[in-house]
Design a protein around this ligand. Structure first.
Ligand code: AMP
Length: 446
C-alpha cells in the first residue's frame, strides 16, 4: 500500500471545514479567521499595533530570553541545526518581540511601543486536549513604560478580547513577583521551609526544590497544594516599593471595573518576570485551564545583553484554548461565506462561457464558483447546494446561441431568463435585494 504522509503528532491541519485531530475538534479555517479578526479589532480599539517576527530565532536568544532552567529551554525546544548554526522554532513571542525592539531601536519612536502579535509557537510538550506542539498565540507587549497603568492596560486588553467573544465565567488571578532581590530571599526561605517536608513532595517537586522552588507553587498535585497552604508567601518578603506598585496596579484595575482574585502562590513559568504577574483561567477547559497569562518583564532586555532599559509588560494567550472555551460555551461562530453565485454549464461551449463569466463577475467583486469536472447538470446543482450558493447561473448550447442565461434563486426556486451581457448588473441587484439593502454600496462584503 502506498504511504500516506501524516502531520506530526501534536500538530494539526486547519481545513476549510471543522475536523477532528487526535480526538479533539479543530474548527474550520473560517472560524480561525473570525477569531483572528475579532482579536485584531480589539487590539486596534486599544491602539496596539501589529508586529510580526520570524518563526525561527537563534537558540541563544530563546535560551537567554526564557531562562536556562525553565521547562521550555530544558525540555521543550524544537532545535533546527544548519551548519554550525542552531535555531529554535519560537516557543513564545515575548523574547523575539524584545529582540526586534532592541534591534530596530524602537525606543526612538515615541518612547513607548504598544505591540501585538498573532502566530504559531512550538513546544515539544506531551500532546493532550488544549496542549499541542504547534499552537497559536496572540498577545501584546507594552515596551518602554514602567507605569503601573501599563500593567492594568494589558490586563484590560486581554479581558476585552474574551469579552468581545462573549466568553464568561473566566477568573483573573494576580500577584506580585517583587524585585529580583526580594524573590531571591523568598526562594531561600521557601526552600528552607519545604526541605523538612521533602517526603510529601512529588518526584518533580523534589527536583524543583533543588533547581527552582518557585515552580512548586504552581503545582497541580493535591498533596503539594495542601502543604503549600502554610508555606511562606512572597508578598511577605517584599518592600515598600514593590507593595506600592502592586497597590497602584490593583487600584487601576478597580478603576477599570475589573474583578480579580489575589493569588499569592501565582508564579510564571518564565524567569524574566518581576512585579505584576497574572493569569486568566476558564472553568470550561479541564486540565489545561489557562486561557492566558502574562506579567512584567523589566529584566528581559538586560538578560539579552542590552544596556538599554526596556521595561515591558504583556500577555500571551492560546487561540486553541480560546476556541475550546467558545465551543464549551456554545458560542456562535459565523459560518464560511458561500459564493454569491455558482455557474452551471452544459456542454463544451458553456464550460468556456462559465470560466469567462466567472472571471467577469469576480472582477466586479461578485464571488463566483463553477464546476471543474464536466459533471452532469444534476451533479452541478448538487454542488451549488453544497456550497450554499444563493444563486445559480445556468447555460447550455441553446441559451448561449440565443444570448441568454437562466438565473435561479436557490432559496425560492424561482428562475428567470436574462440577457447574457446583463448578468453582473442583474446579479448585483439580486444580491442587494437578498441582503435587504437599498443602498448602492459595493455588492459584496468581501
Ligand atoms: P505561556 O507562554 O506558557 O504563559 O502560555 C501562554 C498561553 O499560551 C497559555 O495560557 C495557553 O493558552 C497557551 N499555550 C501555552 N502552551 C500551549 C500548548 N502547548 N498548546 C496550546 N496552548 C498553549
Amino acid at each position: 500500500m502506498a504511504k500516506i504522509w501524516r502531520n506530526i503528532r501534536g500538530t494539526f491541519d486547519i481545513l476549510p471545514w471543522p475536523s477532528v485531530a487526535d480526538g479533539t475538534a479543530v474548527p474550520g479555517s473560517s472560524a480561525w479567521q473570525y477569531v483572528e479578526d475579532v482579536i485584531r479589532r480589539t487590539m486596534a480599539r486599544f491602539h496596539f499595533e501589529e508586529i510580526r517576527t520570524p518563526v525561527l530565532e537563534e537558540e541563544g536568544l530563546i535560551v537567554r530570553g526564557i531562562g536556562e532552567g525553565s521547562d521550555i529551554v530544558t525540555k521543550e525546544m524544537f532545535v533546527v541545526e544548519r551548519g554550525n548554526d542552531r535555531y529554535v522554532l519560537r516557543p513564545e513571542v515575548t523574547a523575539p518581540v524584545m529582540r526586534a525592539w532592541l534591534q530596530h531601536h524602537l525606543e526612538q519612536r515615541g518612547g513607548v511601543q504598544r505591540l501585538y502579535y498573532i502566530g504559531p509557537c512550538f513546544r515539544a510538550e506531551r500532546p493532550q486536549k488544549g496542549r499541542y506542539r504547534q499552537f497559536h498565540q496572540f498577545g501584546c507587549e507594552t515596551i518602554g513604560a514602567d507605569d503601573p497603568r501599563a500593567d492594568a492596560e494589558v490586563i484590560a486588553l486581554m479581558l476585552a478580547v474574551y469579552d468581545a467573544f462573549g466568553i464568561t465565567g473566566s477568573r483573573l488571578r494576580i500577584n506580585t513577583l517583587g524585585l529580583p532581590e526580594e524573590r531571591k530571599q523568598y526562594v531561600e526561605a521557601l526552600r528552607a521551609w519545604l526541605t523538612p517536608h521533602k517526603d510529601t513532595l512529588s518526584e518533580s517537586g523534589r527536583q524543583r526544590l533543588e533547581k527552582n522552588p518557585l515552580r512548586i507553587l504552581d503545582t497541580k498535585d493535591e498533596r503539594e497544594q495542601a502543604l503549600l497552604r502554610d508555606a511562606p508567601l512572597l508578598i511577605d518578603f517584599t518592600g515598600e516599593q514593590t507593595r506600592e506598585r502592586y497597590e497602584s496596579v490593583k487600584q487601576c484595575l478597580g478603576d477599570a471595573g475589573i474583578d480579580f482574585i489575589e493569588d499569592f502562590l501565582l508564579v510564571r513559568g518564565l524567569d524574566y518576570y518581576m512585579h505584576t504577574a497574572f493569569e486568566l483561567e476558564s472553568p470550561d477547559l479541564g486540565a489545561q485551564s489557562a486561557l492566558a497569562g502574562g506579567g512584567r518583564y523589566d529584566l528581559l532586555a538586560s538578560a539579552l545583553g542590552s544596556n538599554c532599559p526596556a521595561p515591558g509588560v504583556g500577555f500571551a494567550a492560546g487561540i486553541e484554548r480560546l476556541l475550546l472555551a467558545l465551543d464549551a460555551q456554545d458560542a456562535t461562530i459565523p459560518e464560511a461565506l458561500p459564493p454569491d453565485v455558482f455557474l452551471v454549464a452544459l456542454g463544451d461551449d458553456a464550460q468556456r462561457w462559465a470560466f469567462r463569466e466567472a472571471q467577469r463577475l469576480r472582477r466586479q467583486g461578485i464571488s463566483a464558483s463553477f464546476d471543474l469536472k464536466g459533471r452532469s447538470m444534476k451533479a452541478q446543482m448538487r454542488e451549488a447546494h453544497r456550497q450554499r450558493a444563493p444563486f445559480t447561473l445556468i447555460a447550455g448550447q441553446t441559451e448561449l446561441e440565443a444570448g441568454v442565461v437562466q438565473l435561479k434563486n436557490m432559496d425560492s426556486g424561482e428562475q428567470v431568463q436574462l440577457s447574457a451581457d446583463k448578468v453582473p448588473e442583474h446579479i448585483s441587484k439580486c444580491l442587494r435585494d437578498a441582503r435587504g439593502s437599498e443602498d448602492s454600496a459595493p455588492v459584496s462584503s468581501r
